[in-house]
Design a protein around this ligand. Sequence first.
Ligand code: MCA
Ligand code: AMP
Length: 494
Amino acid sequence: MSPLFPALTEALADPDGAGAHRPALRFGDRSLTYGELAATAAPLADRVGGAGRIAVWGTPTLETAVAVVAALLAGVPAVPLNPKSGESELGHIVSDSAPTCVLAAPDAQLPPALGKLERVDIDVHATGATALPTAGAPDPSPESPALVVYTSGTTGPPKGAVIPRRAIATTLDALADAWQWTGDDVLVHGLPLFHVHGLILGILGPLRRGGSVRHLGRFETAGVARELTEGATMLFGVPTMYHRIAEALPGDPALAKALARARLLVSGSAALPVHDHERIAEATGRRVIERYGMTETLMNTSVRADGEPRAGTVGVPLPGVEVRLTEEDGTTAVEAYDGETVGEIQVRGPNLFTEYLNRPDATAAAFTEDGWFRTGDMAVRDPDGYVRIVGRKATDLIKSGGYKIGAGEIENALLEHPGVREAAVTGEPDADLGERIVAWIVPADPQTRPPAEELADHVARRLAPHKRPRVVHYLDALPRNDMGKIMKRALAHD
Ligand code: MCA
Ligand code: AMP
């Protein structure tokens, strides 16, 4: 298999060549060319080479990008950590993935949950690119694990999806085909670097093409406007970001002008409401395109750059990816392309993950006998093959701000609060976040309800701030059916 990052391999082999001077990464006022990235990442790769697995403290910084590139050069699987993860979430990820060390920016303060791990500081000023042992070493096998990305299920703690090098290479090349994505593109985004969207598409994507990325550190419409005005050609974001852009556009002509210049505006991780599509198109003359993916599958479908941009659809299967809809039984294929018949999306192809780490049960349950991955997303297909996602099989999965969050993990965290006797968590529509997390609480003592803010902090401290309930309702009892199961649909309509 060819190297994951040909431009980087070239810069490693020829530090003085023209390619080495091309820009690769920029975070604020710090940037690296391919030559500098090679000079920085190669010694780090040599340092971590041979380690079983390494954790990366996934701040939205140059250090995180360098650390992941170094891990990939070394052929060592990296586990990106959400730096805002709370103690129990981090504790779970560290004990499950058992990294030998954690790579972090020198100024990063690491929490006690990582205290037992050896720390390796990421020095982005390292130099000495010549004659490094990494240069010229054969690329690891395509099937070898590249990343372990933790993702929530309906119940229990997050599972580590093991993503092989082959999946990263093929998904990025399929997107290059769909989006006419080349080394001349300059991507701008402000996505977090511990998920597939921001890390694989948003950092590794430009590096595979030999192009560059400018990361905003944190998402702000002003940063988007500035970078698109100053030469960026593509924007990636979750729907919440495009919603905030749509809200800002009427009062921000510079933002409208900047978006109008972009070659491609891409949204993903959740559905972008048609209203936001329309508002952006009206103000800028440009249509946002959507692509559909998942931590376990990387990218499955997309509206193509040379196709018809159709709001409300996630486009057509990417090259090499088989997509089918199935009936309720999960095995009978739905043949209809009528825009009406709903089925579960199942996918098969080189873009898929290998397994959930340490969870053979969950891995087996996720696939059909003939190797189709069950996404749990429900969709219809238009006559020309465009896929339109219409819902999700599990009501206990919430997508908020583009983050997937399991109701069960929040319920478990809430139940650890002494003031909570019973807890149920649902998602309800939210114009900004897509869905907001709602907690339904039966207090331990009806006279003293734990305040909503305290419960939110409690969840944020244990799990992560984006998993905190935004709304708390207090009940005397949760509605249950004859079997004692909580009737969430009844709650949501209370
Ligand atoms: C608030 N904060 C708190 C608390 N309340 N911290 C601790 N305790 C609390 N009680 C802090 C937050 O940490 C944050 O800090 C700030 O207050 C604002 O929080 P919040 O309102 O939650 O965030 P936001 O500014 O509204 O964020 C919106 C966002 C974000 C930027 C759109 O949701 C986001 O980055 N989403 C991207 C998700 C994503 O990448 N998904 C990809 C996975 P501070 O101000 O310091 O930040 S899906 C995927 O990968 C698949 C493959 C796909 O298809 O893409
Ligand atoms: P995650 O597991 O966090 O990677 O989230 C994957 C899920 O995000 C998918 O199963 C879908 O439910 C959802 N998703 C991703 N992209 C889109 C999109 N463009 N439209 C609707 N849902 C999406």
